[in-house]
Design a protein around this ligand. Structure first.
Ligand SMILES: Nc1ncnc2c1ncn2[C@@H]1O[C@H](COP(=O)(O)OP(=O)(O)OP(=O)(O)O)[C@@H](O)[C@H]1O
Length: 278
């Protein structure tokens, strides 16, 4: 399937909708810089969409329009049917560098997600204990971040985000800094925690294996300014175990399919030279 947009449906089941969204930044030189161009993409409630594209093409910028951190210059962006104007309710984020505070314990860090939303301390701590258990960190409530492994810190970050029960979860290379084995563990954890949550996820990654293993659909973006080049449906059965599913012939076919689409864009980006995309 080759489409010029990622259209998942319409109406009430849409959690996220971008329509011809373009983002142009002002620069010091005075020459405007267009980071993404005419991006049209829908994500249904409960759907897991991953986004791949060449380095610097505009993937994070796309997320920042959905999160309300940046307004679209042209086009429309809606979350839960409402135009994005500032940070929408019900949106959770996870980035490569986590938002864990080194001077707070695991319990306080996880509770922070709720404390920022004015939940009383006692209630926030009760729910934090529950989430710490769900992410497999029971017994580590009183540890500080420097006493944790990279994977454990990610579990804290995941609990901190998921405790707010976001309806839209935006993830920008959240496992990018982890070693391969820990990354696969965290991918499985994420799928387990997400399944049945009803959250719509947009997950940006450079790792095609990760993109395919997690997704219902993979959106392939062009060299910058990014637009949607292709959307690949991932019809692999769920529940999935990443280390098992990536060895199946169906997975290999999908990998080839996504890479065939992405390769040309990566080559265009390489030909332009790193200095133009940094
Ligand atoms: N605030 C800004 N002002 C000017 N240019 C920006 C701004 N934010 C991003 N850009 C530029 O927009 C382009 C897209 O950046 P973005 O971070 O969205 O790409 P990306 O695909 O997420 O990158 P990567 O793959 O390296 O993570 C880049 O050339 C970047 O320098």
């Amino acid at each position: 399937m080759t489409t010029s947009q990622s259209s998942a449906g319409s109406g009430a089941d849409l959690a996220i909708s971008l329509r011809d969204a373009t983002k142009t930044f002002g620069t010091k030189s005075g020459k405007p810089f267009t980071a993404i161009h005419d991006v049209t993409m829908d994500v249904r409630r409960g759907e897991f969409v991953t986004v791949v594209g060449p380095t610097g093409c505009g993937k994070s910028t796309t997320l920042s329009l959905v999160s309300g951190l940046e307004p679209a210059t042209v086009g429309t962006v809606t979350v839960d049917g409402r135009p994005v104007d500032g940070i929408p309710d019900g949106v959770g984020y996870m980035f490569q560098s986590d938002a864990i505070l080194p001077w707070k314990t695991v319990l306080d860090n996880v509770a922070l997600g709720l404390r920022y939303r004015k939940t009383p301390a006692k209630q926030a701590h009760e729910r934090a204990r529950d989430w710490i258990q769900r992410v497999g960190l029971a017994g580590f409530e009183d540890r500080y971040p420097h006493q944790l492994s990279g994977g454990m810190r990610k579990r804290v970050a995941m609990a901190q985000t998921l405790i707010t029960e976001p309806t839209v979860l935006l993830m920008d290379e959240p496992f990018g800094a982890l070693d391969v084995q820990t990354r696969e563990l965290m991918q499985d954890e994420l799928l387990r925690l997400w399944s049945g949550s009803g959250a719509a996820v947009v997950f940006v990654t450079h790792d095609l294996t990760e993109a395919i293993a997690l997704a219902d659909r993979v959106v392939v973006m062009t060299a910058g300014p990014a637009t949607v080049k292709d959307v690949v449906e991932i019809d692999l059965p769920r529940p999935r175990k990443v280390e098992e599913i990536r060895l199946t012939p169906a997975f290999t076919d999908l990998y080839r399919r996504v890479w065939d689409s992405l390769r040309e864009e990566v080559e265009i980006t390489r030909a332009r030279g790193a200095s133009n995309v940094a």
